[in-house]
Design a protein around this ligand. Structure first.
Ligand code: FE
Length: 249
């Protein structure tokens, strides 16, 4: 069965990376919660999409240049008053949940990996007994390398449409081989059966991201992708239930 990952806690249903979205996702009939992490200047780890607070909160500034207390004063838009969570808080929220982690290692505002960050995230998850329930992801090959050094947990490379276009499937497969990457995720609109087959033939598992509409979700299901992320987890659950019941057209 194709797995569902609630993207940033279900952005289109609950706001972007909000406490209420993550809490709701922990009780949903799906398999994974996707989230992104950034370091603070004083050693904290914050669950937030962008490297800055600018786009989705009432504050501005680079998370990596702020203290944890400063970041936590931000109110997230469309969050019903929620503030950014720490990774520890997310671990507590999911300790008794059946939903597992899909943790994306983000770059800083300059687009480059934070030094030593992947291993710090691994250590934190291990200390909270969540590492064995975590799959990692990143768009950055350097972060994939860092993850490969820090943990034996599965990590998937997120391949953007421009990267896929530029490298082609053969180029992507070659880099997977060089970097020891065993799973990739592509944008749902760039996915098709032939592409999936090429990766599976090369021993690389295949998933999709950004399946937010019924059409996109059905496409991921029909492709029998390993997993897809979605901003609309409730919709994805109902579409998958109908699909599994044979109700798809
Ligand atoms: Fe992400």
């Amino acid at each position: 069965m194709t797995r569902i990952a609630s993207h940033r806690g279900g952005t289109l249903e609950f706001g972007d990376s909000t406490p209420r979205g993550f809490a709701a996702t922990s009780r949903m009939k799906l398999e994974e919660v996707e989230f992104d992490v950034h370091p603070t200047s004083d050693g904290g780890i914050v669950v937030h999409h962008d490297a800055t607070l600018d786009a989705t909160t009432d504050m501005t500034g680079e998370i990596a240049r702020m203290t944890l207390d400063q970041v936590r004063t931000a109110t997230i838009r469309y969050s019903a008053g929620g503030h950014p969570l720490t990774l520890e808080e997310l671990c507590s929220m999911y300790a008794d949940s059946h939903v597992n982690f899909r943790c994306e290692i983000k770059p800083g505002a300059d687009g480059m990996p934070y030094k030593g960050f992947a291993s710090r995230v691994v250590t934190m998850l291990q200390s909270r007994s969540m590492l064995e329930r975590t799959t990692f992801s990143s768009f950055l090959l350097r972060s994939m390398d860092d993850l490969g050094t820090a943990t034996v947990r599965p990590s998937l490379w997120l391949v953007s449409p421009p990267v896929l276009r530029q490298l082609g499937q053969d180029g992507v497969i070659e880099l997977c081989t060089v970097h020891g990457i065993r799973e990739i995720g592509v944008h749902i609109d760039t996915a098709d059966a032939a592409l999936k087959a090429s990766f599976l033939d090369a021993g690389v598992e295949f998933g999709c991201w950004a399946a937010h509409t019924t059409t996109q979700i059905e496409k991921a299901l029909k492709l029998d992708a390993k997993v897809f992320t979605t901003d609309r987890p409730s919709l994805a659950i109902s579409v998958r239930e109908a699909f599994l019941a044979g109700g798809e057209r």
